[in-house]
Ligand binder design. Structure first.
Ligand code: ATP
Ligand code: MG
Length: 572
């Protein structure tokens, strides 16, 4: 498919992939000249928790569409429920959207900005005989809704006069009634095939102070009543939401039909929410994990929150490319979390400087190497990025290598170290294993080797063919690092899949965090917080904000091994 002339010139980066179904709708609307051929989207979080990777998909979609078509995106806080909302969440949401690389310029809006207008519109509905005050408790109202196959029951308060409704609604607003004592409902059709048309609730009473409007209001609009009209007031053209709102769409349009007369009209479009294996995506449940200390906070690196991913070492680019890769679907699906891991690996491969660290050290002594000598070897910082340059790392007679890189009785194709075998030390010499020293339990204390002194880069025997290369650190120069190894937070691909009588929290992985002390090359002492590294042959790590002068803490972002390719091959 070639680039359409209606697409923004600046968005060539996305190449020539086929349009997704939302882009097709947008392009059709642009061709028709609908809404003056504007594209204006919004991201509408409720400030009742931190954003997660599912929200990131929605952010990328909304901001991405506007960028592609030269439009705008608003950030709108859907703050209609003071009992669950907080400024802490507002602030974190803004930080996360910004960090992902998107800007709403000065278009930071709140549904609460529209409380006055929404209230006036509610009075209009009353005056038009399309809304009434119902004095029944919420449970009663919900019982009367009926089912998909049976009609609902009309409220005994449904036929109150317009005057009475107006007076009662004004008294509700004035704070004269207790919470839960009455609600305002639309008067539509209790037998409607669409359950959402069975006199939906428009307003309820709450005396909880609101984080922005304080105690000015004690009645709050429901989502369905607030959302479409907020879109309308902001001039939104494409109101993108997740599939569960498909059944709400006729109601979204109904309110606009009743309350507005202009040709301009926002259009609700639904797409499939992101589901990821091994990942909990419900804000309510993530809040429970935080509140009950199953994790160490919203930004715990095991959390699927944007702040957790950031702390874990994910980059904004990796999350955006993940969102691009998964695309936009019309039907629910589940994405393998290893695709997310693939995306960060791919990005960090280009960006992260390399370093040597040994996670499970065993001592290695080069018996023919002079004692007391420290030699500096040159190591390349990033083979993928020549501009990253090189650094010097100390080498000496005593080293640490990974315990797993040595085997006394090696299996076939073990291209690492074993008795009488040779291996190359990364950036250094070729060595040969002569002897293994063990303690009385058979545990290896030390591996003794000889060093081919001519084999380092540029040396006479440097180009000898040696199958394996292993990493190392100089024992006397290495520094201790705290390393946090994360595993999946849940044991099961679907965290909600628990046996009868169980609980989703039973699926939490008790081994999702393992803390170890490792040996790292000395240059890591000056690593700055949140900077990324590839520990060669091991994985990607970043410096955790818990780092102090005495204790340098690294998080494992992701291991080097790519399980996604395997998954893709099996599926493909
Ligand atoms: P809730 O409404 O239950 O508190 P929510 O996850 O829908 O939770 P919102 O703050 O309403 O939270 O979400 C903001 C926007 O992000 C909405 O437009 C919503 O559709 C979208 N969104 C939420 N979860 C996902 C997801 N898993 N995948 C894609 N988009 C999502
Ligand atoms: Mg929602």
């Amino acid at each position: 498919m070639t680039d359409s002339p209606i697409r923004d010139e600046n968005s060539k980066a996305e190449g020539s992939r086929a349009l997704n179904f939302i882009e097709e709708i947008v392009e059709e609307n642009l061709r028709e000249g609908k809404n003056d051929s504007r594209v204006h989207t919004r991201f509408p979080p409720e400030p009742n928790g931190y954003l997660h990777i599912g929200h990131a998909k929605s952010i990328c979609l909304n901001f991405g569409l506007a960028q592609r078509y030269g439009g705008k995106t608003n950030l709108r806080f859907d703050d209609t429920n003071p009992t669950k909302e907080d400024v802490e969440y507002v602030d974190s949401i803004k930080e996360d959207v910004r960090w992902l690389g998107f800007s709403w310029d000065d278009r930071e809006f709140y549904a609460s900005d529209y409380f006055e207008q929404l209230y006036n519109w509610a009075e209009k509905l009353i005056l038009d005989g399309k809304a009434y005050v119902d004095d029944q408790p919420a449970e009663e109202i919900s019982k009367q809704r009926g089912t998909v196959t049976t009609p609902g029951v009309e409220s005994p308060f449904r036929n109150r006069s317009i005057d009475e409704n107006l007076t009662l609604f004004r008294r509700m607003k004035a704070g004269e009634f207790a919470e839960g004592s009455c609600v305002l409902r639309a008067k539509i059709d209790m037998a409607h095939v669409n359950m959402f048309f069975r006199d939906p609730i428009l307003y309820r009473i709450s005396f909880t102070p609101h984080h922005r409007t304080g105690t000015k209001w004690c009645i709050y609009p429901m989502y369905d009543y607030a959302h479409g009209q907020s879109d309308y007031l902001e001039g939104i053209t494409h109101s993108i939401c997740t599939l569960e709102f498909e059944v709400h769409r006729p109601l979204y349009d109904w309110f606009l039909d009743q309350l507005t007369t202009t040709a301009y009209r926002p259009r609700q479009i639904e797409f499939a929410r992101l589901n990821l294996t091994y990942t909990m995506m419900s804000k309510r449940k993530l809040l429970e994990l935080v509140k009950n200390n199953y994790v160490k906070g919203w930004d715990d690196p095991r959390m699927p929150t944007i702040s957790g991913l950031r702390r874990r070492g994910y980059t904004p680019e990796s999350i955006r490319s993940f969102a691009d890769r998964i695309g936009v679907a019309r039907r629910d699906n589940i994405i393998d979390v290893s695709l997310l891991e693939f995306s960060v690996r791919e990005d960090l491969n280009k960006k992260a400087n390399r370093a040597l660290a040994v996670l499970n050290p065993v001592k290695l002594v080069l018996t023919n190497y002079p004692e007391g000598v420290t030699e500096m070897l040159t190591a390349i910082n990033n083979p993928e990025n020549p501009e990253a340059g090189s650094r010097e790392i100390p080498f000496s007679r005593e080293l640490y290598i990974e315990r797993e890189d040595f085997m006394e009785v090696p299996p076939k194709k073990f291209f690492r170290l074993f008795p009488d075998g040779e291996v190359r030390l990364k950036y250094g010499y070729i060595i040969k294993c002569d002897e293994v020293v063990k303690d009385e339990n058979g545990e290896i204390l030390e591996i003794r080797c000889t060093c081919d002194m001519d084999s380092k880069t540029g040396g006479l025997t440097a180009n000898r063919k040696i199958k394996g290369t292993i990493h190392w650190v100089s024992a006397k120069d290495a520094i201790d690092l705290e390393v946090r190894l994360f595993d999946r937070l849940f044991k099961t691909p679907d965290p909600e899949d628990y046996p009868e009588g169980g609980d989703w929290k039973d699926n939490l992985n008790p081994e999702s965090l393992k803390v170890i002390t490792v040996k790292g090359e000395p240059s890591l002492r000056s690593a700055t917080v949140l900077s990324h590294f590839q520990f060669e042959r091991i994985g990607y790590f970043n410096v955790d904000p818990d780092t102090t002068a005495e204790n340098i803490v690294f998080n494992r972002t992701v291991s080097l091994k790519d399980t996604w390719q395997k998954v893709a091959q099996n599926e493909g």
